[in-house]
Design a protein around this ligand. Structure first.
Ligand code: BGC
Length: 763
């Protein structure tokens, strides 16, 4: 892997095994649009490709096959849409088709420029008859003009004069991707969007399509601008289902010609008249100079990096990997409350575009520290779907409270296999944790009063309705699944109980803090929430049963976990990983073997619940039986190792997490990036190495420098202030860049930063 400043550069070898990986790594997204980095000209028929364009929150409802129709099982699910194909552009030079995947490529590389917000393909190609061209194609999903996607196509005729012909396509009806052999993908690939209208208005192509069940309409518009010495001849035509714009341009030897394709997309979830919106976006964009659009993109990113850029000294490759992860998170982040963050962001169809607990537990912390407004959007989406969570709880037999769906697009449960889906009640804990953290990190009282407290109360109520007091007076939670999906439907999953405890006490505590506010009084009345119920929450939290095993001195993952035989990981053939693709789930459930961090994550989140010794023993114990088959795992092992002072392990696990997608470690990055891990990688630095914690008492830091690095530094925000932490070999320095003076904790000491002050400490 070759790297440049804030760029990811890869050679393009047109290797079918690598191509769909590149489609993911060079995807352009802006939180609304996602366009995979497929080749404009298409690929040979035997090359695998996921030729996708997506819009955040756009979905269809399809039947969920259940083998037996047991009561209240999920019978319909939502799935993301491949909205259309506007990325196909076929080029021919003097009658020869530019098909580099079929040969003739002298040099080809792909670049993701994360400072300027575009991807670029550079190819030098020689046609079968010896015509040589240089092709540069730049793509951008604009961060400020959310609906806009551009392809800026330049061709230089290096050794001939002749003609370049561009056939630029707009295909309104396309299929979703599927793989019936992988449970992490859809198993069939219909075309969900049906054509309502299409055509050309003057030179611009347009289409409106609509889903059958969900009734979501999508509008797409494209138009072109050409730059060449000779006047291009342009012609539009409809061929089958495609709208094709043909541009014929005479070209002279040495001349560079340029075609810019503007595409805009809009949907009926957000717009009354999506077509009018898309028409306007293309029109307005074409009125501007493209360089102005590029500058705007760069300035957006400049401001993002001023709040987030992570410097890692002593390992440039690692720094670029971290940058890439942060950039992907930004590409995935929704800018309104109509969508959440999918497990793969907008970069692919893995997990069908569903949102999981990944968002709140792994991704929200990144935005809390860098762009709190985006964290608020994410949580507002959960607020917008609270009523559906209540309905979900009722379907499961609960008489009070809300249960957020394990996987969803609009707030309705979409998981087909409830033992490792709906039963993962800990998603409620993750959302409640994120709401509480959001409040402590921003002091945004308004959000808490208008949305946050209602989420906290309704999620806490669910625990009251689920749990029971045992004969010893301990509050137990039975028949749930924790984060580790190789162990399902258990009693007292330590992680779930610990996060339920946090949820219950946070609801009670924050209600007390705000109960005199008229809006909260009205809320309590509307919810029928009383002081008695608040006390019930406090008591359940206090009496929450947290399993502990005297003999091993650790927290067992659940009541029966330690009684199961230990899976022999050393004797398991390499090709049997991930285990989920090779063993029946029931078989896995009968062993002590973990897919991902479970108890280890709860130690990191709730360290006050156990002694350091117990947590270290737990860490060591689970380390031996965890496969990390889930990408949500190594980052957590890294941050927990940091917290426990296990510096070597912290760095080792971090390395694994940081390059997970760039190195395609899970061999499925082709289906989309792993956004949870990307957020987890950020947390492994900020909350792990730097030991930053935010609680009701404020900010505390406890940093160390991992061996092999010479330093690291990053800006972050805390309660309206902007700060920068720099850690070097012997010192840690915290600078208050803007905002009011405040007190913080450094390890066991108190610190104070005056306005624009600098605080340093020897390590
Ligand atoms: C993990 C879950 C995660 C999901 C989506 C699964 O493999 O076990 O914890 O929420 O992937 O990323």
């Amino acid at each position: 892997m070759q790297t440049k400043t804030n760029c990811i550069v890869r050679k393009e070898q047109y290797d079918p095994k690598e191509l769909n990986l590149h489609e993911t790594l060079f995807c352009n997204a802006n939180g609304y649009i996602g366009v995979r980095g497929t080749l404009e000209e298409g690929v040979p028929a035997d090359f695998p490709t996921m030729r996708g364009q997506y819009l955040a929150g756009a979905y269809e409802i399809i039947p969920m096959k259940q083998a037996e129709s047991l009561c209240n099982l999920v019978e319909k699910k939502q799935t993301m849409l491949n909205i259309c194909d506007t990325q196909t552009i076929r080029l021919s030079v003097s009658g020869e088709d530019f098909l580099p995947a079929e040969g003739g490529t002298e040099e080809a590389e792909r670049i993701l420029n994360m400072s300027e917000g575009y991807t670029e393909r550079r190819t030098r190609w020689i046609s079968p008859s010896g015509r040589e061209i240089d092709v540069r194609i730049r793509r951008m999903a604009h961060f400020r003009v959310k609906e806009l996607f551009t392809i800026d196509y330049e061709v230089t005729a290096l050794n001939f004069s002749g003609e370049a012909v561009f056939d630029s396509f707009h295909i309104p009806e396309v299929e979703n991707y599927s793989d019936p052999n992988d449970p992490r993908l859809a198993d069939e690939s219909p075309c969900f969007l049906k054509l309502e209208k299409q055509g050309f208005r003057e030179e611009a192509s347009f289409s409106v399509t609509r889903t059958k069940e969900s009734g979501v309409s999508i509008a797409a518009v494209t138009n072109h601008r050409c730059f060449s010495e000779a006047k291009p001849y342009s012609m539009v035509r409809e061929e089958g289902e495609a709208l094709i714009t043909r541009l014929r341009i005479p070209v002279r030897k040495g001349e560079r010609i340029r075609v810019i394709k503007y595409a805009a997309f809009s949907d009926s979830i957000r717009e009354k008249d999506p077509l009018a919106k898309a028409v306007k976006v293309v029109h307005d964009a074409m009125e501007r100079d493209i360089d102005e659009l590029y500058e705007d993109q760069k300035s957006y990113l400049g401001s993002f990096y001023s709040r987030s850029h992570m410097e890692i000294k002593g390992d440039k490759e690692l720094e670029d990997a971290v940058s890439f992860n942060m950039y992907e998170l930004l590409q995935a982040a929704p800018h309104d409350a109509f969508a959440g963050i999918a497990a793969k962001g907008l970069s692919g169809e893995g997990y069908e575009g569903h949102y999981f607990w990944d968002t709140e537990m792994y991704v929200v912390p990144f935005f809390l520290m860098t762009e709190p407004k985006l964290a608020e959007n994410i949580l507002s989406f959960r607020y917008a779907t609270l009523q559906r969570a209540r309905e979900n709880a009722a379907l499961l037999g609960h008489r009070r409270g809300a249960l957020y769906p394990w996987r969803t697009i609009t707030g309705v449960e979409c998981s087909g296999y409830f033992p490792s889906g709906t039963a993962a009640y800990h998603i409620n804990g993750a959302i409640a944790y994120a709401v509480t953290q959001y409040y402590y990190a921003t002091s945004d009282k308004d959000f808490l009063i208008k949305m946050g407290l209602e989420i906290l109360i309704e999620t806490a109520r669910l625990w009251l309705d689920t749990g029971v007091y045992d004969r010893k007076g301990r509050f137990q939670i039975q028949e749930v699944t924790g984060p580790d999906e190789y162990t399902c439907m258990v009693n007292n999953n330590y992680y779930t109980n610990a996060s339920a405890r946090y949820n219950l006490s946070s609801a009670a505590k924050l209600y007390e803090e705000f109960r005199d506010e008229p809006e909260i009084q009205r809320l309590a009345e509307r919810l029928g929430f009383s002081e008695d119920e608040k006390e019930e929450m406090r008591e359940a939290a206090e009496k929450m049963y947290l399993p502990y095993d005297e003999e091993y001195g650790i927290n067992p993952q659940d009541d029966s976990f330690l009684d199961k035989p230990v899976w022999d990981l050393k004797a398991t053939p390499k090709e049997d990983f991930p285990l989920l693709l090779h063993y029946h789930p029931l078989h896995l459930y009968r062993f002590q073997v973990c897919k991902q961090a479970d108890t280890v994550l709860s130690h990191f989140l709730f360290p006050k619940l156990q002694s350091r010794e117990t947590m270290e023993k737990s860490f060591r114990y689970y380390e031996r039986i965890t496969t990390h088959d889930s990408s949500l795992s190594t980052c957590v092992f890294s941050m927990t190792a940091s917290m426990l002072g296990l510096k070597k392990e912290a760095l080792l696990y971090f390395g694994d997490s940081a390059k997970l997608d760039l190195m395609n470690r899970h061999e499925n990055t082709k289906d989309g990036v792993h956004t949870a891990n990307m957020g987890g990688c950020y947390m492994a630095i900020v909350n792990g190495f730097a030991g930053i914690r935010i609680t009701e008492h404020g900010l505390s830091i406890d940093p160390f420098l991992p061996e092999g690095l010479t330093g690291y530094s990053f800006p972050f925000t805390f309660r309206g202030r902007r700060l920068k932490l720099t850690v070097e070999k012997d010192t840690a320095a915290l600078k208050l860049l803007s905002g009011e003076a405040f007190d913080f904790r450094f390890r066991e000491e108190n610190g104070r930063l005056e306005e624009e002050g600098l605080w340093t400490h020897r390590l």
